[in-house]
Design a protein around this ligand. Structure first.
Ligand SMILES: [Zn+2]
Length: 404
């Protein structure tokens, strides 16, 4: 009995030693398997890159999908590939790559958020707005891609002119980013008020005007719309009263309401009184469109000599090509009325020259992207920024930037 126990004492270290050797053997085997897998991945990566470089992106995707199956961490490679396709304008391929990533349940949620965001941008690029909206809405707001996804949605809603959804997206972004977006929200409400006015829904228009004023008190666009709303209800005196606030507090925007201002005064039999306000405003606002509008109404309501005298005065305090052209126009009409052929020829020649210049130079310019436009926009058609146009039309030399 004692002998057997002693034998066991000798046998135990041997058993342990065998176990240790076995474990080492297993580890080595495992290591080798890992090594083989790593080499396979490396091979697939190089194969994928090679196919990519050889302009065989379809096969490259297959090769890279193979790597992603072996190791989920390589999803970064897929994202890079998807962005590459989108940048090259191959939206369909970008969608395929990102769709594959978005559908993979095994990926961590941050990768799936990233994939949903990229997929949304692919759909936006392809003009598939409904699908873009669905994808972008799948991105968790708390993720790294929450803010960019919401910004993309906001951009999309503005392109679609879905102002109600734009308001909600702006408010959500305000919370996520902790910065105010009142200016945009005020304009979205103004857009909705304009839409309501077009379909004669005055109560709806009023509601949005109030909301715009809540976002930015005394916003000139909201004030103008308030006047338009009163005009639509034939409350002319009240409309004029409201628009007076523009003349008083925001004279640079007066040209936007000047024609309706004169119409309302005409209906009340107070055309001269209304016109005088525009003439007075020219003291400080003669550099822009208000000059054209006031000139037109002075010609109609007071007469050509008065219009000529007004432009001569403007040329004294605010000389501009526009004022010079309008004065030439008044002088030409006077010469034609007086049947002075020689003078008429002379004014016609200078008027043509001046008109050529003012037609090409008189533009509103976006302070953000430099986009130049013949008419005033609250939102730049070039860069989509709000209120980036100065309400003053310039006559400066045309820069090489975009124009319409
Ligand atoms: Zn712009």
């Amino acid at each position: 009995m004692l002998q057997i126990e002693t034998w066991w004492l000798f046998a135990l270290p041997i058993v342990f030693a065998l176990g240790w050797v076995g474990a080492r053997w297993d580890m080595r085997l495992e290591k080798r398997e890992d090594e083989i897998e790593r080499l396979a991945q490396q091979k697939s990566t190089f194969k994928g890159l090679n196919l990519l470089l050889n302009e065989e992106p379809d096969k490259a995707i297959d090769a890279l999908v193979q790597i992603a199956k072996l190791d989920p961490e390589t999803s970064e490679l897929h994202f890079a590939l998807g962005s590459l396709f989108r940048r090259r304008g191959e939206t369909e391929r970008a969608i395929r790559v990102h769709q594959h990533l978005a559908n993979r349940e095994d990926l961590p949620s941050r990768h799936r958020d990233h994939a949903a965001y990229e997929l949304g941008r692919d759909f936006l690029r392809a003009g598939l707005l409904d699908r873009a909206e669905t994808s972008l809405n799948q991105v968790s707001p708390q993720s790294k891609y929450g803010i960019p996804a919401k910004e993309s949605l906001l951009e999309m809603y503005q392109v679609e002119k879905d102002w109600s959804k734009a308001i909600v997206a702006s408010q959500e972004l305000e919370v996520l980013q902790g910065i105010g977006r009142q200016k945009e929200i005020a304009h979205f409400h103004c857009e909705l008020a304009e839409e309501a006015l077009r379909r004669k829904d005055l109560a709806g228009a009023n509601q949005h005007i109030v909301a715009a004023m809540q976002a930015i008190p005394a916003h000139p666009r909201a004030i103008m719309l308030q006047g338009d709303c009163l005009l639509a209800q034939q409350q002319l005196t009240q409309a004029i009263e409201i628009w007076s606030l523009i003349a008083k507090n925001h004279p640079a925007y007066l040209h936007l309401v000047a024609n309706r201002w004169i119409e309302a005064h005409q209906q009340l039999g107070q055309a001269q009184k209304g016109l005088q306000v525009l003439i007075d405003a020219l003291q400080t606002q003669a550099g822009g469109e208000l000059l054209d509008i006031t000139f037109k109404h002075v010609m109609n309501l007071q007469g050509v000599p008065q219009a000529e005298a007004l432009m001569t005065e403007v040329m004294r305090h605010t000389p501009s090509l526009s004022a010079m052209a309008l004065r030439a126009q008044a002088r030409l009409t006077m010469a034609e009325v007086a049947q002075d052929e020689k003078a008429a020829q002379e004014f016609k020649a200078s008027l043509n020259l001046l008109k050529q210049r003012t037609n090409t130079l008189a533009r509103y310019t976006c302070g953000n992207c430099g986009f130049r436009a013949r008419r005033f926009y609250w939102q730049c058609p070039g860069c989509n920024h709000w209120e980036s146009y100065s309400p003053r039309r310039g006559e400066g030399a045309a820069p090489s930037g975009p124009a319409m």
